[in-house]
Design a protein around this ligand. Sequence first.
Ligand code: ADP
Ligand code: MG
Length: 237
Amino acid sequence: GLSAEAYRRRHEITVIGANVPIPYITFESTGFPSEILREINQAGFSAPTPIQAQSWPIALQNRDIVAVAKTGSGKTLGYLIPGFIHLKRLSKDARMGPTVLVLSPTRELATQIHEEATKFGKSSRILCACLYGGAPKGPQLRDIDRGVHVVVATPGRLNDILEMKRLNLDQVSYLVLDEADRMLDMGFEPQIRKIVKEIPPTRQTLMYTATWPKEVRKIASDLLVKPVQVNIGSIDE
Ligand code: ADP
Ligand code: MG
């Protein structure tokens, strides 16, 4: 088979960190639970994308990750599937709360992530809610009250709901900052920092960004602990 080094070279993957595990070149090598492999199979995917192949084994070691990869590279399942496995490893009581939180810059992106989470989490009975502004809070609060494992949210609406004390983040142990560069461009940094203060510091944190300017490097160094960095292709600073 293809060696890890050859696979990384071929797909322009560079990794920075100690003892970075070798990529999962095939779905069979992931060891994912059968219900998740079945969903992947039904989606018709033939192989993990490079960001998935390299970030899955790192995320499954409970390590923080900062991934720099362009749009369309399959980042969503890159963080969702390890999040689902993280959930499955927790006790039943610890799972609700929610445990997995994904922050996303826009309503549109949050909706797409929520759809992917609902689809791939369905057979694992994973409950998801999606919180975004510009829509009534009622249905979102009802989704929270039903009990949720995974929350996908834009920072503004999440803070509104936190201020209303209708949700607490005490049980969150897997935090994803998706499109971090865009969230910072949109001025969400104070909102993100406020949200993160509500989450126990023992969490695992994953940050995804298309670009790697100094503002993003700064928030990564503040919020992540010894992250492994995974870059796909060349990096725009
Ligand atoms: P990104 O967040 O990097 O922009 P997405 O996670 O939105 O990318 O994925 C882009 C598209 O690729 C989605 O339609 C998704 O379902 C699909 N996709 C994800 N993983 C794979 C895969 N391993 N093989 C083929 N398509 C995939
Ligand atoms: Mg994305």
